[in-house]
Design a binder for this molecule. Structure first.
Ligand code: PSU
Ligand code: MN
Length: 307
């Protein structure tokens, strides 16, 4: 198993899986602390872990607690992340302060896509599941608010399973940056890049794959090249809960001007649109996270079986 200079706390089942080279899937914690309301967040966190197991892998939910990276969380840790009011949202730039013990963020920090990818790589975990990735925010061409997720996807060799970039973003510009950064965009049973609560963005993926084994082959081919960076697997939200993008645009247009700047923007927009949609965006968000975790489990299992 990969050696890392990081002083990880591994949950028992994660430690066992690492020692036995069993397939593992990393899960993030920002969506628990900042993306979903309580008690939906804890329900989804546990259901996502269960889905990874059903897919054939062991889940490792990532967070920083007491200045140490954690891979796999017990019930008490999960509850703290789901209910504490002062959980720091940790992205790439925040990890050094959090892990140094020098900042208040050290005590309890939830990891975003970028920070979770970094910790997953250190823990020797090749596959990670989330809901929707960050990207270029609307107005980002002027504000320069571009999620660190995109730069992480460019550099860190961890496959990320999601339902596309969040629909609150500037999707065409986000797609362009993914292309420029050389991220391989795979549509799971789709030629169209999904957009989080919407199944379609009207923007193309790089290739379509119809099975976990096909996706595993792409991940292996990318790894063999040694170029770093991610294969981004985009799994459209289940059709029964999907929301047409035009309907979502109406809610976004009505509130985007009031959104705060910086790291608070995404959590604010997710909560505001959950309210405006009468809970429909929340229902879609919950299900897509669980489904992505299941697919990630299947991909990790396929990778572990070999070609
Ligand atoms: N997926 C969800 N809900 C979320 C997120 C992903 O279904 O809240 C989080 C991820 O942690 C992602 C972050 O990295 O949103 C993006 O935040 P920002 O736009 O500030 O980079
Ligand atoms: Mn930002």
């Amino acid at each position: 198993m990969t050696d890392s200079p990081l002083d990880f706390v591994f949950a028992d089942e994660v430690a066992v899986a690492r020692a036995a080279s069993m397939p593992l899937v990393a899960l993030e914690s920002t969506l628990i602390s900042h993306g979903l309301p309580h008690p939906d967040n804890i329900e989804v966190a546990r259901a996502a872990e269960a889905a990874v197991r059903t897919g054939g892998a062991v889940p490792a939910t990532m967070a920083v607690m007491d200045a140490r990276p954690h891979a796999g969380l017990d019930e008490a840790a999960m509850l703290r992340l789901a209910t504490a009011g002062d959980v720091k949202k940790l992205s790439r730039r925040d990890l050094p302060a959090a892990l140094s013990g020098a900042s208040s963020a050290s005590e309890l920090g939830a990891t975003t896509v970028s920070a979770t990818m970094i910790l997953a790589r250190h823990a020797g975990i090749d596959v990670f599941a989330t809901g929707g990735i960050g990207g270029v925010h609307r107005g980002g061409e002027a504000s320069m608010d571009v999620s660190a997720d995109l730069f992480e996807l460019a550099h860190t060799p961890v496959a990320v399973v999601c339902s596309g970039p969040k629909v609150i973003l500037d999707l065409p510009r986000t797609r362009e940056v993914l292309e420029t950064m050389g991220v391989t965009l795979v549509g799971y049973r789709s030629e169209d890049m999904p957009a989080f609560w919407a199944r379609n963005s009207g923007l193309p993926v790089d290739l379509r794959a119809d099975s976990p084994a096909e996706i595993a082959a792409v991940i292996r081919a990318r790894a063999a090249l040694g170029i770093g960076g991610a294969v981004l697997v985009c799994n459209p939200v289940d059709a029964s809960l999907a929301i047409p993008i035009d309907e979502i645009e109406g809610w976004i247009d009505a509130c985007i001007d009031q959104a705060p700047a910086g790291a608070a923007a995404t959590p604010w927009l997710l909560a505001e649109i959950a309210r405006r949609s009468g809970g429909r965006s929340l229902a879609a968000n919950k299900q897509l996270i669980i489904d992505n975790a299941g697919l990630a489990g299947e991909i990790a299992a396929s990778l572990a079986r070999g070609a």
